[in-house]
Ligand binder design. Structure first.
Ligand code: C5P
Length: 219
């Protein structure tokens, strides 16, 4: 058995974007690189945890030493998360698409006389809120993310309550910060006790600090 402060703990991490199909060759996506989620999974594994890493189609390759579950859509991610439970902690770093195309075509949509197609959207399940609201089988620690451009602490504090999770790691993604797609992050950890701003640091350092906090919370 390996050592480390998270030895014997099972932790689930979601990461990356989701892709929502329009037809067999087209999809709707977002710009998440998966960098922060991947760094968190790596730090948790290095701290000795058994990590299940549920990832959408991300640019960043998954870390070594974790169980990788690759998914494409939000609904696939939700199913994979349910299968990965039970876990001691669950960290939701994925940028899940809020909407999917209500009825994706099973054939390529052709250009034609009818003009451009109209797409109807349906709301995707909120995976974080679903797990945070579980009765029996809820992970002891459920952590969500909030990417905000203004009033970061107020919005993230409200989000923690609305989603029913234990912690929110909030980051300021206003363009001037250069955080979106960059190597650094400036986060505030929101817990039931309040808001704790962390200094700006590399995404790997954010991950290590979070892993240490998770280990302390589960100890
Ligand atoms: O509501 P918002 O998308 O800002 O919430 C972000 C948090 O919720 C992140 O932790 C994200 O992984 C999670 N989330 C989710 N399922 C969704 C939408 C967001 O798990 N459908």
């Amino acid at each position: 058995l390996g050592g480390g402060p998270l030895a014997g703990r099972r932790v689930l991490v979601t990461s990356g974007p989701t892709h929502e199909p329009i037809d067999p060759v087209r999809y709707i996506a977002n710009r998440s690189s998966g960098a922060q989620g991947t760094a968190i999974a790596r730090a948790l594994a290095q701290a000795g945890a058994e990590v299940v890493f549920v990832t959408g189609p991300a640019d960043t390759p998954p870390p070594g030493g974790v169980e990788v579950v690759r998914v494409e859509t939000a609904r696939e991610m939700e199913a994979a998360v349910r299968r990965a439970l039970p876990a001691d902690a669950a960290i939701f770093a994925a940028a899940v698409a809020d909407w999917r195309v209500a009825s994706a075509s099973d054939r390529k949509i052709k250009k034609g006389a009818g003009g451009p197609p109209r797409l109807d959207f349906a709301e995707n399940p909120d995976i974080l809120a679903g797990v945070a609201g579980m009765g029996e089988g809820r992970p002891r620690l459920v952590v969500g993310f909030a990417a905000e451009t203004h009033d970061v602490v107020a919005h993230a504090t409200a989000k923690r309550v609305r989603k029913g999770c234990d912690w929110i790691l909030a980051n300021d993604v206003s363009p001037a910060t250069g955080i979106m797609g960059g190597t650094e992050n400036a986060v505030t950890l929101i817990t039931g006790e309040g808001a704790e701003p962390w200094p700006r640091m590399g995404k790997a350092d954010v991950a290590e600090r979070l892993a240490a906090r998770i280990a302390a919370a589960l100890a």
